[in-house]
Design a protein around this ligand. Structure first.
Ligand SMILES: *Cc1c(COP(=O)(O)O)cnc(C)c1O
Length: 373
């Protein structure tokens, strides 16, 4: 079946007891045992499993084209679970430009538990290869990256990882399963912050990991249950409700982002536009190869005049809301360096934009007036 059909039907069935077409929310934390001590409905306790979480995980696995999905209470919890499958003394390679929460989790938390990490320019496959050590167990890819939209060659990095006995995990949050298919490029794990496009309405926090290997799935299932960072039944229900519209939201938002990127790239006050859909972007050819149906709905750009000029542009927008996060139906704009904190690697004049579902003419007009100043 095509993605649009899976998005509507995977994880959904008419409820036998009531005929309900949309699922009920099963709030119960505990489930009755049969007289012989068994669990006839398959659930014991909601930290271990719950009908709404099962349905969401079924839908996520189907959309990403993987065998098993595990849902978490946030993207960070999903990332932490992936990294906790590793052992003290294992080495992981991550990209220089990546979600700052991933960097901080590795440097501030997992380093204390003996995880070794190096950050490399992953747009350059040779520098990835040079950084691989004997104890490298995982290469973490994020593409397009947050916030500079760098494009990493998933197939090439996966091949390198496999040649050295390591696994490759891809944070597919920005591309979504609609535009980028990491399993088809060889990746072993796919991670999502479902808070973003999958939720799509800025009203639910969540994360997911999808895998094909049964051993890996079992160790992630243990971490999900034992660490307990699980989403509530209502969170799972909200996410499942959002999935049917995901392909259409992503395509429309992507179209709007492409139009806005083209407008920005011709604007005299804008020094650089980071959007892989622009032919001038250094990752354009690679993104055109490994993504399909567009280049995503995230972009960032640098304003002449550094931080004060960038903040002033964000202060003048009327349709774009000044807020962090992304992937919702409403467009957001954010001065990224000041959110990332003092160790931020992001240029001071950079504004990150999550392009929403408003009409692109209105978005461009709003950006035009904000840049006029
Ligand atoms: C937001 C985000 C995360 C973290 O997810 P949370 O749901 O906020 O915990 C990880 N990776 C990327 C690319 C993100 O945009």
């Amino acid at each position: 079946m095509k993605l649009e059909t899976l998005a509507v039907h995977a994880g959904r069935a008419v409820e036998a007891a009531t005929g309900a077409v949309t699922p009920s929310i099963a709030l119960s934390t505990t489930f009755e045992r049969a007289e012989d001590g068994s669990f006839p409905h398959g659930h014991v306790y909601t930290r271990s499993s719950n009908p709404n979480r099962d349905a969401l995980e079924t839908a996520l696995a189907a959309l990403e084209g993987g065998a098993v999905a595990l849902a978490f209470g946030s993207g960070q919890a999903a990332t932490a679970a992936v990294l906790q499958t590793l052992a003290s003394g294992d080495h992981v390679l991550l990209p220089l430009d990546l979600y700052h929460g991933t960097r901080h989790l590795v440097q501030h938390v997992l380093a204390r538990w003996g995880l070794l990490a190096d950050f490399v320019d992953m747009t350059d496959v040779a520098s990835v290869e040079a950084a691989i050590r004997l104890n490298t167990r995982l290469i973490w890819v994020e593409t397009p990256s947050n916030p500079q939209l760098q494009v990493v060659d998933i197939a090439a990095v996966t091949a390198l990882a496999h040649a050295h006995g390591a696994l490759c995990a891809v944070d597919n949050t920005w591309a979504t399963p609609i535009l980028q298919r990491p399993f088809e490029l060889g990746a072993d794990l796919v991670m999502h912050s479902t808070t973003k496009y999958i939720g799509g309405h800025s009203d639910v926090l969540g994360g997911a990991v999808i895998v094909n290997d049964a051993g890996l799935a079992a160790s992630l299932r243990d971490l999900q249950k034992l660490s307990g960072a699980v989403p509530s039944p209502f969170d799972c229900w909200l996410l499942l409700r959002s999935i049917p519209t995901l392909p259409y939201r992503v395509r429309a938002q992507t179209e709007h982002a492409a139009a806005l990127a083209t407008f920005l790239s011709a604007h005299p006050r804008v020094s650089v536009v980071h959007y892989p859909g622009l032919p001038t972007h250094p990752g354009h050819a690679l993104a055109a190869r490994q993504m399909s149906g567009g280049f995503g709905a995230m972009l960032s750009f640098q304003v002449e005049g550094g931080q004060p000029a960038a903040m002033a542009v964000a202060a003048r927008t009327r349709i774009f809301t000044r807020a962090t996060s992304l992937g919702g139906v409403e467009s957001l704009i954010e001065h990224r360096a000041s959110v990332e904190g003092p160790d931020s690697q992001t240029p001071a004049g950079l504004l990150r934009v999550s392009v929403g579902l408003e009409h692109s003419d209105d978005l461009i007009a709003d950006m035009a007036q904000a840049l006029e100043g």
